[in-house]
Design a protein around this ligand. Structure first.
Ligand code: EPU
Length: 337
């Protein structure tokens, strides 16, 4: 374990922003992590997982700890389920592929989501009708105050739409070291009714899909809409879809009759931020080396060499424009640093 100085973070964030970490360490075991935390007790740290949900806007002065904890093991089984303990530094999509290889079902709709397993509970990753919370059993996390490992059950995590305790009262107080997920080993429950999954399966002539078929369809849909961070820097959805009152929606609908909406409760609806951004004319807009993705307005992109602060300015301009036109505040999904 080596603490290094002035390390470029370009390859550690999927936006591909080139800022420096004044001090940087990559930890491979929990013991190493605890040793670093003991050394740095009471000083500021920045924890980096897969770097897929962060916009770096300046050099990082605090010590950056890169979580490189690897490994997965089956911790329990029933006749039709397995519970797998996965270390935080495992790449999420590689883990989904591992599940498919052993025919463990549940995560196929979450194929190709960038980032690591350890950060997946923080924002309760979700796509195509499935959220992490549907398979999450528990996670272990180091309490930064006591340096003890604590276990959080599904209930403890208080999961919501792109939300959990780790974005609320536990924010900045824990480092997640592993996650336990419960998957099906037979009689898989297939979720095909979200978006165009069923349509794609029909087009492919598949009437009895396997979990691998569903993963393939999700990968195909994501690849057609979302830029591959290895080719174009990005952090997936930059904004969350806003939730507004039905009263506000009813009055907006008079002016914008084509506004899509999804009911979330008796009083509230969710509006796709991508639609709002497209409606105000930002979709596909390019400013020098950054902009709004051409195929999905929810995604901001770095075409190479962009500065985090420029992308942040663009994000603010989009937020202000949407507020001016719709009186809707859209929040960033990506963490800003
Ligand atoms: N839309 C537009 N213009 C756009 C993009 C979207 O009009 O440029 C409209 C679409 O026509 C559709 C609606 O917005 O009516 C919803 O679009 P889509 O189904 O593509 O989903 P989304 O709301 O844009 C959410 C997640 C994605 C996830 C997809 C699929 C959020 C913030 N984003 O996107 O998550 O993959 O659903 O489940 O909830 C991520 O978190 O990084 C991410 C990509």
């Amino acid at each position: 374990m080596l603490i290094e100085n002035d390390i470029s973070l370009e390859s550690y964030n999927t936006f591909g922003i080139n800022v420096l970490a004044k001090r940087f360490v990559s930890v491979n075991t929990i013991d190493e992590l605890i040793a670093v935390l003991k050394l740095k007790k009471n000083s500021k740290i920045v924890v980096l997982g897969g770097g897929s949900n962060i916009l770096l806007t300046e050099d990082v002065k605090a010590l950056v700890i890169h979580i490189n904890l690897k490994g997965k093991e089956i911790v329990s089984k029933t006749a039709s389920t397995v519970t797998v303990k996965v270390k935080a530094g495992e790449n999420w999509h590689d883990f989904v592929l591992w599940c498919l290889q052993y025919d463990y079902g549940g995560l196929e709709n979450l194929s190709l989501i960038p980032g690591n397993v350890g950060t997946s509970p923080i924002q309760n990753i979700g796509a195509y009708g499935v959220e992490l919370k549907d398979h999450f059993v528990s996670c272990e996390a180091i309490n930064l105050e006591t340096l003890a490992l604590e276990t959080f059950s599904n209930k403890d995590c208080n999961f919501g739409y792109r939300n959990s305790i780790f974005k609320q009262e536990a924010k900045g107080k824990y480092i997640i070291t592993s996650v336990n997920l419960k998957l099906s080993s037979k009689n898989h429950i297939l979720r095909t009714n979200y978006g165009s999954i069923q349509e794609e399966l029909n087009l492919m002539g598949i009437d009895k899909p396997t979990i691998q078929n569903i993963a393939n369809v999700v990968i195909k849909i994501r690849e057609s809409k979302l830029p591959n961070p290895k080719e174009i820097g990005n952090s997936g959805s930059f904004f969350k879809n806003p939730i507004i009152s039905k009263t506000q929606f009813k009055s907006l609908e008079k002016k914008f009759p084509d506004m899509p909406n999804y009911e979330v409760s008796q009083e509230k609806v969710k509006i796709p931020a991508g639609w709002l951004i497209e409606k105000v004319g930002f979709k596909g807009k390019t400013f020098n080396n950054y902009g709004v993705h051409k195929k999905q307005a929810l995604v901001l992109v770095n075409y190479g060499g962009a500065k985090g602060e420029d992308i942040l300015k663009l994000a603010k301009l989009i937020q202000e424009t949407i507020y001016r036109i719709f009186a809707i505040s859209i929040e960033t999904e990506v963490n800003l640093l």
